[in-house]
Design a binder for this molecule. Structure first.
Ligand SMILES: [Zn+2]
Length: 421
């Protein structure tokens, strides 16, 4: 019988993973310092010796490099000065907006294969890959990952939906690879063309590029019978960072990276459950000396094992972007995450959080507009406070119900009214 795991790293003990990460990190920092001009400058500026970074906690001594820093550096030096091999060793170059040029050293990396394997892709599957095959790494890397799992790949790329629908029907494609919103639009288009979803053989979908919301997942799984999986990927540090297993309860960190959740202002690492910026250091990419890349995405992680047997921490999904967040009593409140929580309550039509600081203490007020009709406000308030605390680790100081029309249609979900003088 085939193993449910792609490699032995997935089930490492906590101690083995700490050793693996420390060894990979040490090697990565030494290599970057020796061979990447920009990495050496960043490490020297921080006053740290490359040999001082021996553990994941030691990474906090180094600054975070963000997309804008990378764009500036790319203007000064090819590959931002992060290339650690001679140019002729680069196998492919991808382009991200900026432009940021990303080198790839080998044709045989397995980052995404692990994620596809965890979603159950195997020989006998026919997978339609609807990601772009030019500039972005997505199309080609997913194509190789499908093949690494032994499945048959149908490299569709983006574009002609009618050809895609015809091919899915004719070839009895079993797996859809793309974004959730794209799959939903394909289903709708197929229905318009007189092909109800029951005619298709697609039983599984692998998504990245946008987060799969609970309502999208529910529609795809319950209404259309599609087993859905998602991965979190960022192209600048090199690809897949976290992926779902069959438990679908968070995205396992990939062992080819050190993933930190940090305070975006201080760069200090947070523990399990706290929301912060996802910061990434690839430790299995000898081409690229990029250390502590700040993704701008906000998330938290769950520590420890999972019923699937994988032992890596799990990312809880992307709560929002750094610019969309407000720090309240030491915790980030992310507008998008709060809006998602409130949208789960059918009685609420509009919602807003205001943060004030009347007596040197942050106070948070939730204001809601309700659908006309009877509603047990006391019970609703309790439910909201409990749900919010579970996900954001904070309780509101007060909950107010306001007249319809009080909260503007385009109003921000979180409004910071504090004045720090
Ligand atoms: Zn798992």
């Amino acid at each position: 019988m085939q193993s449910p795991y792609f490699d032995h790293f997935e089930t490492m003990s906590e101690e083995a993973r700490a050793r693996h990460q420390a060894a990979g990190l040490f090697q990565t920092i030494q290599n970057a310092y020796a061979k990447s001009v920009s990495a050496r400058e960043i490490i020297d500026r921080s006053g740290v010796k490359p040999g001082d970074v021996k553990t994941v906690a030691d990474l906090q001594k180094l600054p975070i490099t963000r997309k804008n820093d990378l764009i500036d550096l790319e203007k000064q030096r090819l590959f931002g000065g992060f290339l650690t091999v001679p140019f002729e060793e680069v196998a492919r170059i991808f382009i991200s907006p900026g432009p940021i040029y990303e080198p790839l050293h080998a044709e045989s990396i397995k980052w995404f294969a692990k994620s596809f394997w965890a979603s159950g892709l195997r020989k006998g599957d026919i997978a339609v890959n609807t990601f772009n095959f030019h500039m972005s790494p997505a199309g080609m890397l997913f194509h190789e990952a499908i093949r690494d799992c032994g499945a048959t790949a149908l490299p569709m790329g983006t574009g002609n939906t009618e050809i895609l629908i015809r091919a899915m029907l004719d070839l009895k494609a079993s797996v859809f690879v793309g974004t959730p919103s794209h799959l939903l639009s394909v289903i709708k288009k197929a229905e318009e063309l007189g092909h109800p979803w029951a005619e298709f053989n697609v039983k599984k979908a692998w998504f990245t590029g946008e987060m799969l919301t609970a309502s999208m997942r529910h529609t795809l799984e319950s209404v259309y019978g599609i087993d859905t999986y998602q991965a979190y990927a960022v192209s600048e540090p090199g690809g897949a960072l976290a992926y779902e297993c069959s438990e679908k309860n968070g995205l396992h960190f990939m062992d080819d990276y050190i993933i930190e959740i940090v305070d975006p202002v201080t760069g200090k690492q947070f523990g399990a459950g706290e929301v912060g910026e996802v910061v990434v250091t690839p430790i299995n990419n000898p081409t690229w000396g990029l250390i502590r890349f700040g993704t701008g995405d906000l998330s938290s992680f769950v520590a420890g094992g999972c019923r699937c047997g994988r032992t890596a921490h799990r990312l809880t999904g992307i709560a929002g972007r750094v610019g969309d967040s407000v720090k309240v009593r030491g915790q980030f409140v992310v507008g998008k995450q709060a809006a998602d929580i409130f949208s789960g309550f059918a009685d609420i039509t509009r919602a807003q959080i205001t943060v004030e600081r009347p007596n040197e203490r942050d106070e948070m007020t939730f204001r809601f507009e309700l659908r006309p009709g009877d509603c047990d406000k006391e019970a609703l308030s309790k439910d909201i406070a409990r749900k919010f605390q579970n996900l954001c680790l904070l309780r509101p100081d007060r909950i107010e119900y306001v007249e319809i029309g009080t909260i503007g249609e385009a109003a921000k979900t979180v409004v910071d009214l504090r004045r720090f003088v």
